[in-house]
Design a protein around this ligand. Structure first.
Ligand code: FAD
Length: 265
């Protein structure tokens, strides 16, 4: 099975600081790492490869430093890494991000499955996977928490949406986005890490997409439909709270009284 995993490099969200004056994340304030959900995507690919064989390609769009994340992806089982990096890709919203990622998948050509994390921990939109699948015109299932069966035509997967569980078949070539419940990412061994450090990462910029007729206006900020007018950090608010864990009836009576006082009843 030829699998492509889309891997985003994100700042460590536990440590990252927000530049309140400029309204942006101060990426220099924290180290970069692979988006945690993408580790589940990589592990899914590794498990599938172990079962049926094949090849895993990890693709990331980001600054040149994202090469390190692709090397980590290789340490974790990917066979090769492709970094999409070019000044014209900068400032991309989810539309432009998923567009260029989908074009990279198209450029690779032969693939059975694309796997993404369910969302990124910094952007948080969960849009890139399904949008890229739409650009590629392939079937896709989001929020997959189990792969039940591999059949000739595709995968039978389990997903949760709108408080219900579904069992669905996604045919090849197709895409899934996976949740953290699908597996536990395995740590790479020291030997794998050392080997991956020496791996060559392929780099593609805008010029490498010439055969797909992609222009400056299709990518990065110029290819983005989202225009950010302002970014604000919500003020921290503290609210009084009370827990009644012994006498529910007393708690209920007090709550009704409180609400009545506030004229909400
Ligand atoms: P989600 O949709 O939540 O991610 C889902 C999955 O898609 C991930 O788990 C991963 O598998 C895959 N994926 C997502 N992004 C990538 C990627 N880059 N490479 C590989 N796989 C990926 N961000 C910047 O870093 N630099 C900028 O200059 C920048 N400029 C922006 C300008 C505008 C106007 C806007 C609106 C946003 C900008 N962003 C920028 C944020 C950027 O658009 C999003 O981070 C990006 O589109 C991914 O969306 P997301 O984080 O919500 O990913």
């Amino acid at each position: 099975m030829d699998i492509i995993v889309l891997v985003k490099e994100v700042p460590d969200m536990e440590k990252v600081k927000f530049d309140r004056e400029r309204g942006v994340i101060d990426r220099s304030s924290a180290s970069a790492q692979i988006n945690p959900f993408d580790l589940n995507a990589l592990q899914t690919a590794v498990d599938l490869k172990e079962e049926v064989g094949g090849n895993i390609t990890a693709i990331s769009m980001g600054p040149p430093s994202a090469e390190d994340s692709l090397k980590e992806a290789i340490a974790r089982g990917a066979d090769e890494g492709i970094l999409l990096t070019d000044t014209s890709f900068a400032g991309a919203d989810t539309w432009a991000t998923s567009f260029i990622l989908s074009q990279a998948v198209k450029k690779i050509g032969d693939f059975d499955l694309v796997i993404c994390g369910e969302m990124s921990v910094d952007g948080d939109t969960a849009q890139v996977g399904p949008q890229a699948a739409e650009f590629l015109d392939i079937p896709h299932v989001a929020f997959v928490w189990d792969i039940e069966e591999i059949v000739d035509e595709g995968l039978v997967v389990c997903t949760d949406m709108w408080s219900s569980s579904y069992r669905q078949q996604v045919n090849f070539p197709g895409m899934i986005t996976v949740t953290k419940d699908i597996n536990t990412p395995q740590l790479p061994s020291l030997q794998d890490k050392m080997k991956a450090k020496k791996a060559e990462i392929t780099t593609w910029g805008l010029d490498d997409f010439a055969e797909l007729d992609i222009e400056d206006d299709d990518v990065g900020l110029s290819g983005s439909y989202t225009k950010v007018k302002n970014i604000v950090v919500p003020p921290e608010t503290s609210r009084d709270s009370k827990i009644w864990d012994d006498d529910y009836q007393e708690g209920l009576d007090e709550l009704i009284e409180l609400l009545a006082e506030k004229r909400r009843l």
